[in-house]
Write a protein that binds this ligand. Structure first.
Ligand code: HAM
Length: 417
């Protein structure tokens, strides 16, 4: 029996890969125009990094991590997100000593043992961007503006920026107390999961998808109404800078995000075309994370884009499969070698060339060129070779012209580049 892939893990096939390459190249170009640099980090980290970084009572840590003991007896985890790992590298390599501000990005796979469904996988890919060392609300806005800039560049203009503030260590406790009172007074009406969350992570109840829980939470107290003066100022500056940059947003006071490290600004880019898993990107500020992971008191903010969801929204013609410039069809062994040499010369000059590798009939080679949609076919027959010529067929106009073989590279390059 043939072996299949693991549930929630998927292949990205050649006809989709153009879209991925386009999205990644656009992210690199846009992010670098904001002075971000790429950092590459391991897929596997010590489990403690995520339990401490993301929070013990989050869904990710409680039930979604790929954790195992390696052969030396250490508990290791396939990264469920990149922020904690980037912070780990930043602290471990004392990057803050060289430069007080770091703008870093990571592109790559993450792993979460979630229930697979549309837009949700167990291995999925993210484009992450993080800024360390800046507390000013201007950087919160720059990060959101960069995300929207990227989305516009790849043709996604209709996403909605949703914004919230989650307060800070100073103002959140009094809010959490009020929330808990509210939750306890409605305890019997919540689902079993939410009843448990009242004790473990009350904020997460805002994310419950069950209608009756949602309905109760519609009446619940909101963090935005409990912000302390500094968090309120920060939030007001964020919204006023967004307005100054003519960046539309909506406030979603119920958005709490799934990771515990957030303070103040939290945001998501949401699409109406994605069904239940509607967040294409999410992020926010995490000023306490670097300290919590053993580093100095340095603030941070960032976001991650879910690539599978992003790609599913791109229009079909984006990054469509590449078509070779030329197909070389040959008849007979001598012309096959001659064609092979010519393909090498043209590829060195930057043309994309495909050829008939096997000893097949001219008809079958022409069929393959047609299937690949090659605009030109160069036919090298035995007789032509003896005469030092080749026939160039324009597949669109169905016309042919004879080329002198010694001049062929020059003529072909002029025509196709
Ligand atoms: P997150 O909201 O967990 O945030 O993930 C960000 C994005 O990754 C989501 O909006 C979604 O598009 C995508 N995503 C998450 N889980 C899955 C899944 N199972 N299948 C497919 N796509 C998924 C974070 O990961 C934070 N580290 C973001 C961040 C960076 N915050 C600050 N800096």
């Amino acid at each position: 029996m043939a072996i299949t892939s693991i549930r929630g893990f998927k292949d990205i096939l050649p006809d989709e890969v153009g879209k991925w390459q386009f999205a990644e190249a656009t992210a690199r170009r846009v992010f670098e125009s904001y002075d971000f640099s790429e950092i590459r980090i391991p897929l596997l980290e010590k489990t403690e990094l995520f339990t401490r970084g993301i929070g013990e009572s989050t869904d990710i840590v409680e039930k979604e991590m790929y954790t195992f003991t390696d052969r030396s007896g250490i508990s290791v985890t396939l990264r469920p997100e990149a922020t904690a790992s980037i912070v780990r590298a930043y602290i471990e390599k004392s990057m803050y000593k060289q430069n007080p501000v770091a703008k870093l990005y990571v592109i790559g796979p993450m792993f979460r043992y979630e229930r697979p469904q549309k837009g949700r996988f167990r291995q999925f890919n993210q484009i992450n961007a993080e800024v360390f060392g800046l507390e000013d609300p201007l950087i919160d806005v720059e990060v959101m503006v960069m995300l929207i800039h990227f989305l516009q560049e790849i043709g996604l203009e209709k996403l909605e920026l949703q914004l919230n503030s989650l307060g800070c260590k100073a103002c959140r406790p009094s809010y959490q107390e009020r929330l808990k009172e509210f939750l306890l007074s409605n305890k019997g009406r919540f689902c079993a999961d939410c009843q448990r969350r009242i004790r473990t992570n009350p904020l997460r109840i805002f994310d419950c998808k069950i209608e009756s829980c949602k309905e109760i939470m519609g009446q619940g107290p909101l963090m935005l109404d409990f912000l302390g003066p500094e968090c309120r100022d920060h939030f007001e500056l964020v919204t006023s800078y967004l307005k100054a940059l003519e960046t539309p947003y909506v406030i979603n006071a119920k958005m709490v995000r799934g990771l515990d490290y957030y303070v103040r600004t939290a945001f998501e880019m949401v699409s109406g075309d994605l069904g239940a898993q509607n967040a294409v990107a999410g992020g926010g500020r995490y000023d306490g994370l670097i300290v919590d992971l053993g580093g100095p008191e340095i603030p941070g903010i960032g976001f991650a884009i879910g690539m599978e969801r992003l790609i599913s929204l791109l229009s079909p013609d984006v990054g469509s499969q590449k078509i070779p410039h030329l197909f070389i069809a040959t008849i007979g062994e001598k012309s096959r070698i001659q064609g092979f040499k010519l393909a090498k010369t043209l590829r060195l000059e930057g043309l994309s060339v495909e050829m008939g590798y096997e000893k097949k009939s001219l008809k079958s080679q022409m069929r393959r060129a047609d299937k690949l949609a090659c605009p030109y076919v160069l036919i090298l027959g035995e007789e032509e070779l003896q005469r030092g010529t080749a026939m160039l067929r324009d597949m669109r106009s169905k016309t042919q012209e004879q080329l002198d073989l010694t001049l062929a590279p020059e003529v072909l390059l002029r025509k196709m580049k």
